[in-house]
Design a protein around this ligand. Structure first.
Ligand SMILES: Cc1cc2nc3c(=O)[nH]c(=O)nc-3n(C[C@H](O)[C@H](O)[C@H](O)COP(=O)(O)OP(=O)(O)OC[C@H]3O[C@@H](n4cnc5c(N)ncnc54)[C@H](O)[C@@H]3O)c2cc1C
Length: 397
């Protein structure tokens, strides 16, 4: 059995930012990640030969100047110089085989009548549907806006708490309003994982947690055991619930009440000249088998273009490939590279604030145990990093 200051389960941005803060506080964290690479939804696989690589975002793609905690980490990792702007190309609708602009699809009269509600209405206690229907008008919401909202967590968002979907946060004035990184977002994950105080054990799936005296012992699928007085679970809520089933049935049962959606993402790379589609940030196709097709056109490349199709779960591979070729208007033979990835995104509901209150009340009486992830204050990157920061502070006492 190996001994550590702190063991963190999950090598996405929640677990990695937790590792970063714990290392800053003088601990030597061990991060267990089940996949062969750290990053989780920070996934920017590379295609092509070294020095001439094309990367594609299979998960998160955009950061904002309001991501102050993330930026703090980026600064400490000496990566501010890697921040690059995103090309201003549109988020467009894809309807009946044609690309349409968002504005041309809106009912402008209805929008003008409803928009003043933005200054009157509060998001508290409202669902995304109940709030935004009043801001953009019912027809605009149903026909256009909700499909853009559904594309954010790749699932229906009508019942999400309105205040957890988009948050206003203080912005940093010295940073681009929205940006990405020269080698994609996963480069941030790689930089944190490479810090000397942080150890990331990849291909290490945690399968069980038990208490031994005042320590937690985490067992992996490979039969290894890692012990520490402090344990952080930064995996999807269902995984954390399962891991805690024996060691903490009460917290495990509470975590099990939360729902999440799987997003089946298929990334495709093709030669620029194979495609006639105008540059877009993403295509959103109402009622389709995919929630969005996010493009690499925001960081144009001389030779290649790439698209990540975020599909509804459980679809047949053949159907997915067929839909990709229909939307892009190219045969499969023109697609040079395919990458697949499954991400887990929480399905937040009204009442989540109360759920969160109970979670933190339960955690307050558990010494050495912390929870992080994208199911606390919200699912944006900054929500994950902020959660890790406050949980690290709580663990330090
Ligand atoms: C398609 C998509 C696009 C998005 N776009 C944006 C965006 O543009 N901007 C933004 O702010 N946010 C965006 N988000 C949201 C944001 O990226 C995520 O909420 C965030 O990255 C989640 O990080 P996490 O570490 O909590 O979870 P994850 O990234 O899911 O990481 C959890 C990690 O735990 C590992 N794990 C699971 N079980 C185990 C186990 N038993 N043992 C060991 N390891 C385990 C997983 O392999 C994974 O690496 C997007 C999300 C998705 C899915």
């Amino acid at each position: 059995m190996s001994e550590h200051d702190i063991v963190i389960v999950g090598g996405g941005i929640s677990g990695l930012s937790m590792a970063f803060y714990c290392a800053e506080a003088g601990m030597r964290p061990l991060v267990l990640e089940q996949r062969p690479e750290a990053g989780g939804s920070f996934s920017s696989p590379r295609y092509g030969s070294r020095g001439r690589e094309f990367w594609l975002e299979m998960g998160a793609h955009t950061c904002y100047s309001s991501y102050q905690n993330l930026l703090g980490i980026v600064e400490q990792c000496s990566m501010m110089g890697d921040i690059i702007p995103r090309e201003k190309v549109p988020f467009s609708l894809f309807v009946d085989g044609k690309v349409k602009s968002l504005v041309s699809s809106l009912h402008i009269g209805e929008l003008f009548l409803s928009a003043p509600n933005l200054f009157r209405l509060k998001k508290d206690g409202e669902s995304v549907r109940s709030y935004y229907e009043k801001i953009v008008g019912k027809r605009n919401y149903d026909e256009v806006i909700r499909h853009f909202f559904n594309a954010v967590p790749s699932q229906p968002t009508d019942d999400f708490p309105a205040d957890m979907m988009f948050k206003s946060r203080e912005k940093r004035k010295d940073v681009l309003k929205n940006y990405t990184f020269r080698e994609g977002l996963q480069s941030v994950a790689r930089a944190i994982a490479a810090r000397p105080e942080v150890t990331v054990a990849v291909s290490s799936e945690a399968v069980g947690v038990r208490r031994e005296g005042d320590r937690y012992v985490v067992r992996t699928a490979g039969g290894e055991e890692h012990a520490a007085a402090k344990l952080v679970l930064a995996a999807p809520s269902a995984v954390s619930s399962k891991l805690l089933a024996g060691a903490d049935p009460e917290l495990s049962a509470h975590l099990s009440t939360l729902r999440a959606a799987e997003v089946d993402s298929v990334g495709v790379v093709l030669k620029k000249d194979a495609l006639s589609l105008k540059p877009v940030a993403a295509l959103i196709s109402p009622g389709d088998v995919f929630f969005s097709a996010v493009s690499r056109d925001t960081v144009p490349d001389d030779d290649y273009r790439g698209f990540s199709f975020h599909f509804r779960p459980g679809l047949d591979d053949k159907l997915k490939k067929q839909r990709i070729t229909e939307v892009l208007g190219v045969p499969m033979s023109k697609i040079e590279h395919v990458h697949v990835k499954t991400n887990t995104v929480p399905s937040l509901r009204l009442g989540h604030h109360e759920w969160l209150g109970k979670t933190d009340a339960l955690l307050a009486s558990r010494k050495g145990l912390a929870l992080s992830g994208n199911y606390f204050g919200g699912m944006a990157i900054e929500d994950c990093v902020s959660r890790s920061k406050s949980e690290c502070e709580r663990l330090r006492g």
